[in-house]
Design a protein around this ligand. Structure first.
Ligand code: PGA
Length: 251
């Protein structure tokens, strides 16, 4: 009903040669594959969006940005707006990835403004939320996630809330090789839905919730089969085209 998304977040990786080979192999690997219920999104560094867009031949593959500005235009050196991402073929954009929150000090309020900016530009924001290891050990996971979501729901209209995708990425699972267990993932996703249902009863069953954090070929099938998991946000493994292809085509 909700449809699935598999997103590859390349982070600060790729170059002209790598990208060309990757896109060629991805197009080739997906040839003949059909799944109307699942979309695949690649998020290369913004400077390579044009190149990747021009190399796309498979209709299953869409493009996404890794970040966007809260602003539309003006004196904001180094920033990229949602409309600019759209100009280069993006349909999605990651918002509030934990690496942005950590290294670029993005607060929940900034993440909320970026979410709104994405929607206003006609992009689907993939809002990343997640707790640290310490917060998890202290049993604060749900509280942290609630707080991360509340600023977003405050700035969005009910109608706009329908346009977001949520990615639950426990920070302790990102790039560590430690994946949350299927039980942890399912119960956290169910709690996220429960929290959304308090604010927007009709929305909670419609919003897509992805899981991210050390997704591998070996654990992807089990994760995506969980009742409240609507797809995966894949970091490191999305750079290995053979592995990413296997994850995309899991049945
Ligand atoms: P990882 O990264 O798959 O390398 O853990 C996930 C992410 O940061 O989105």
């Amino acid at each position: 009903m909700r449809g699935e998304l598999i997103i590859g977040n390349w982070k600060l990786n790729g170059n002209l040669e790598f990208n060309e080979l990757f896109m060629m192999n991805l197009n080739r690997g997906l040839k003949g594959w059909t799944n109307d219920n699942r979309k695949i999104v690649i998020c290369p560094p913004a400077i390579y969006l044009h190149q990747c867009n021009s190399l796309l031949t498979d209709a299953h593959i869409l493009l996404g940005g890794q970040d966007l500005s809260t602003e539309v235009s003006g004196a904001y050196t180094g920033e990229i707006s949602g409309q600019m991402l759209k100009d280069f073929g993006c349909r999605y954009v990651l918002v509030g990835h934990s690496e942005r929150r950590l290294h670029h000090f993005e607060s929940n309020q900034v993440v909320a403004q970026k979410t709104l900016a994405a929607i206003q530009a006609g992009l689907t924001p993939v809002v990343c939320i997640g707790e640290t290891q310490a917060q998890q050990s202290e049993g604060q996971t749900v509280e942290v996630l609630k707080e991360q979501l509340s600023d977003i729901f405050q700035v969005l209209s009910h109608e706009d809330c329908l346009k977001i995708v949520i990615a639950y990425e426990p920070i302790w699972a990102i790039g560590t090789g430690i994946t949350a267990t299927p039980e942890q993932v399912q119960s956290t996703h169910a709690k996220i839905r429960e929290e959304i249902s308090i604010l927007h009863p009709t929305l909670s069953m419609q919003v897509k919730i992805l899981y991210g954090g050390s997704v591998r070929v070996s654990n992807a099938r089990e994760l995506i089969s969980l009742a409240d998991v609507d797809g995966l946000l894949v970091g490191g493994t999305s750079l290995v085209v053979e592995d990413f292809l296997q994850i995309c085509q899991i049945s």
